[in-house]
Each structure stands twice: as structure tokens, then as C-alpha cells.
Design a protein around this ligand. Structure first.
Ligand code: FCB
Length: 469
């Protein structure tokens, strides 16, 4: 028996049907920004604005996935992935964010999903992974309520075109990031630093989710949140309050809204939410039933209410303000754990904690871990990348998934972030999260050791599953 077989036998065996996936997003990999009628997105504009992205990097070519998707799907098939989570670029479908659809844009996702299905890989489609059409930003962006209605129309068009290809649609990836990094800290596009508008944006992103769920009707629909485990630095009153605030804004604000149709009152108070932003009926719309919750998990925050600490958990690559609207005094302290190349503390126990918490505190909802992974500084040695740290990270977090399942959490799958190295937002091409290495000059793909390991885990699990034939 090989070591990997032993590992599967001893620990990483999952229930039949558990999805083993990997995730990407449109702007991070597609490139082809001016092809087949694609419009401009806020990330095109942002990346071309000096000082916004490290080294002036942009996604014009990215991983050239738009042209190389067949090769990329073949890699997924080689790895044995059973599911693939990708996002649709809104400006490919509606170049100015509203009105007639661009058939060529839709055709790309038909070709992609055809190819996935041909290889027996289940396509998980995300409608919005942060690339808002610039024309909608010019009309106010997410702080403008109309954007939510435009999103529902877009969702409906994509759903109509792809519902025979795609089983699971999800709405907005990580609304916290889209609202608070986009409109409060300015670290992400569109790079505004307008705390009150970030709050409006957060509500409208939630509203967009709810309206899209309703517009898409009967298909399997999910919402996606990025959750963090949060610990107070000490049990002082100030630190306990800091933990309540950060947990509130990062986790409960979105979980409560999507799963119970309410915002937590303490978070509304922290934010000083203008009651007029929330219109009658909004919360019911936002709480529209969903079929699955997509949970992105990376790390734990240790927070303090005492002055003097860091304003965010890890260094930002560019000049930015606090995303913690109403709780700007909270600081992030070193929790003493090993960190990834992003400076994010590694804590798989936090994943067990948040999954069991959602299962315990909210109405029953199937879940998947829709993103989890780590950036490390990979080194190419004799044509191989021995990324032991990434492998250990994924292994530990898969172990956490297993533990959560054993504790009764209805967890149905795991998607590694990311299938391949890509454009990591404000960090440009400076951080590699892929299981697959990409040479940014030649576009050559190479499986890292972590990919080979993951593939073996999947193979071992599949071996024990009953087959149809
Ligand atoms: C998440 C994003 C994803 C990627 C990872 C590292 O917040 O959804 O696009 O950047 O972080």
C-alpha cells in the first residue's frame, strides 16, 4: 500500500457522491478582454489605473483560458475532478450590463460546459465574481439599487441559456468582499472609499442575490459567503466586543440575511445602517429559499478592541483604508499560527468550527466548501513543484471537512482554490494559489505535487463508489 492509499484508508474517505472540485473565476483566468463583443468591467478599469494593482498587472491575457479551455478541462479530467466551479463574466453576456444579450458571450460558456459534461465533470456556475460591467458602475455601481435589478435580468438570461447544461447556479461570490473591499477599503475595484456606500452596496448585493434566486425559478440555486473563524485576543470586554463586531459583519450579516431573511440588529447598529436603504419586502426577497450554501474558507482572525494593532489581518499590497465600516478601531493580532504567502494564518480547526456553527445555528441547508486553498512561493526544480505546504494545507482542510461530516454537517463537496495559478486581484500575478502551475510567459501548465496528491485522494474515494455499469 502506498502512503497515499494509507491516508485515504485512514482518514480522507468521503461519503459516496461527495464532490471533489476546483474553482476559478472569469477575470482571474479568461483573458480575451476585448474579444467576441465583451464589454469593459470594473476590473479592466481598475487594473489600468496606476497604483491600484501591484506591478500594474491586469487580466488582459490572464491564463488565456478563453482560448485554452479545452486543454484546461482535459487537465481537470486527468485529475479526476468531479465538479468545477467557474464564473460567468457579466460584460461578456451584457457588454453594458443591461439589454440584449451577446450571443457570442453565451456561446463560450456553452462550449465550456459542453466540454465539462463530455468529461463527466459537473459544472457549478457562479454568476458574479466581481466583474461588474463598467457602464453600471458609471451609473453608481452596487450602491445604486438599480444594479440589483439589472443583475436579476442578467441571471435570468444566463439561466435560460444554460439551464440544460448546468445543475447548480450560484449568485454572488463573497458579497462581503464585493461591498467592503470594493467600496470601503478601496483595495478592490472599483476602488472607492465611501463607507456609507459600502453598506448600501452590501445590501444591494444581498438583494441582487435574492432577486436572482427568484428570477431563476426552479433550478438548484446557491448563495456564496466567505466565512472566517473569529477569536477575541483576550477575554477583556473590548476584545469580546471586537470579536462580536467582526464576526457580525463578516459572517452573521450575510448568513442571517440569506438563511433567515433578517439582519442581526447589533450589526445594523454597528454600521449605523440608514433604515431607508432597506425597503419593504427586501428581506423576504433576500431570504428566498436556496438549495445549497457555498462557503469559502481560508483563515481565522484574532481580534482586539484595544488600540494599536494592525488594521487588517494581513498586509494589503496597495494603499487602502479599513474595510470594517463602523468598527475601524478593531485591530488584528498575531494568533501565533503558521501563515501562507498571503500572511493568512492556517487554521483548519476554524473550518470545522464555522461549518458546525452554520449547521447548528441556522435552518438546515446542504453546504459545500466552495473555495479553500493557499498561496505559497513555488519553486520549479527539475520540472517539478514540490509544494508540500499547499498539499498539507489542503489535506488538513479536507480532514476538517471529514470531521464536520462526522459531526453531522450536511457537507456535499470541496472545491480547491484554485485549479491553476491566476490573477490574484490587487496582488496581480504575485501570488500563486493553483494546484496547477502556469508559466505566465508561455502559458504552459504543469501539475504541482499537490495536484497529483489531490488526484490520488479522489481516485481512492471513487474506487469505493458503486458504479452504474
Ligand atoms: C477569494 C476570492 C478568490 C481568490 C481567493 C484567494 O476571496 O473569491 O477569487 O482570490 O480569495
Amino acid at each position: 500500500m502506498t502512503t497515499q492509499e494509507e491516508q485515504t484508508r485512514s482518514g480522507l474517505r468521503f461519503p459516496t457522491g461527495f464532490a471533489f472540485g476546483a474553482a476559478t473565476s472569469a477575470y482571474q483566468i479568461e483573458g480575451a478582454v476585448a474579444e467576441d463583443g465583451r464589454g469593459t468591467s470594473i476590473w479592466d478599469t481598475f487594473t489600468k489605473t496606476p497604483g491600484r494593482v501591484l506591478n500594474g498587472h491586469h487580466g488582459d491575457v490572464a491564463m488565456d483560458h478563453y482560448h485554452r479551455f479545452k486543454e484546461d478541462v482535459a487537465i481537470m479530467a486527468d485529475l479526476g475532478l468531479t465538479a468545477y466551479r467557474f464564473s460567468v463574466s457579466w460584460p461578456r453576456i451584457q457588454p453594458t450590463g443591461s439589454g440584449a444579450v451577446n450571443q457570442k458571450g453565451l456561446d463560450f460558456y456553452r462550449r465550456l460546459t459542453d466540454e465539462l459534461l463530455r468529461h463527466g465533470i459537473d459544472p457549478w456556475l457562479t454568476l458574479y465574481h466581481w466583474d461588474l460591467p463598467q457602464a453600471l458602475e458609471d451609473q453608481g455601481g452596487w450602491p445604486n439599487r438599480d444594479t440589483a435589478y439589472r443583475f436579476a435580468e442578467y441571471a435570468s438570461a444566463v439561466h435560460e441559456a444554460l439551464k440544460d447544461h448546468v445543475h447548480t447556479f450560484s449568485t454572488v461570490n463573497e458579497p462581503w468582499c464585493a461591498a467592503f473591499l470594493g467600496y470601503a477599503s478601496g483595495e478592490h475595484a472599483p476602488g472607492r472609499r465611501e463607507p456609507q456606500n459600502a453598506i448600501r452596496g452590501a445590501h444591494h448585493l444581498n438583494l441582487a442575490h435574492g432577486l436572482a434566486v427568484q428570477a431563476m425559478g426552479a433550478r438548484r440555486v446557491g448563495g456564496c459567503v466567505n466565512l472566517y473563524a473569529v477569536t477575541p485576543a483576550t477575554d477583556s470586554e473590548a476584545d469580546l466586543d471586537a470579536a462580536r463586531r467582526i464576526d457580525g459583519l463578516q459572517n452573521r450579516f450575510f448568513l442571517d440575511a440569506l438563511l433567515t431573511g433578517q439582519y442581526p440588529q447589533d450589526v445594523l447598529d454597528d454600521l449605523g445602517m440608514d433604515p431607508e436603504v432597506i425597503q419593504p419586502g427586501d428581506m423576504k426577497t433576500i431570504g428566498s429559499p436556496i438549495d445549497v450554501l457555498l462557503v469559502n474558507y481560508y483563515s481565522r482572525f484574532t481580534v482586539s478592541g484595544a488600540p494599536g494593532g494592525r488594521a487588517s489581518a494581513a498586509a494589503a499590497p496597495t494603499d487602502s483604508a479599513s474595510p470594517w465600516v463602523g468598527s475601524e478601531h478593531v485591530s488584528f493580532v498575531n494568533g501565533g499560527r503558521p501563515v501562507t504567502a498571503m500572511g493568512w494564518e492556517i487554521d483548519e480547526g476554524g473550518l470545522v468550527e464555522i461549518l458546525t456553527r452554520v449547521a447548528r445555528d441556522y435552518p438546515p441547508i446542504p453546504m459545500v466548501v466552495s473555495e479553500n486553498g493557499a498561496a505559497f512561493d513555488d519553486v520549479l526544480v527539475d520540472g517539478r513543484i514540490h509544494d508540500r505546504e499547499r498539499q498539507a494545507y489542503v489535506e488538513a482542510h479536507l480532514g476538517a471537512c471529514k470531521e464536520a461530516i462526522e459531526a453531522g454537517v450536511p457537507l456535499e463537496g470541496y472545491f480547491a482554490w484554485s485549479l491553476m495559478d491566476n490573477f490574484e486581484w490587487a496582488w496581480g500575478y504575485g501570488k500563486r494559489f493553483g494546484l496547477v502551475h502556469v508559466d505566465f510567459e508561455t502559458q504552459e501548465r504543469l501539475l504541482k505535487d499537490s495536484a497529483l496528491w489531490y488526484s490520488e485522494i479522489i481516485r481512492q474515494n471513487r474506487r469505493h463508489e458503486p458504479t452504474d455499469s
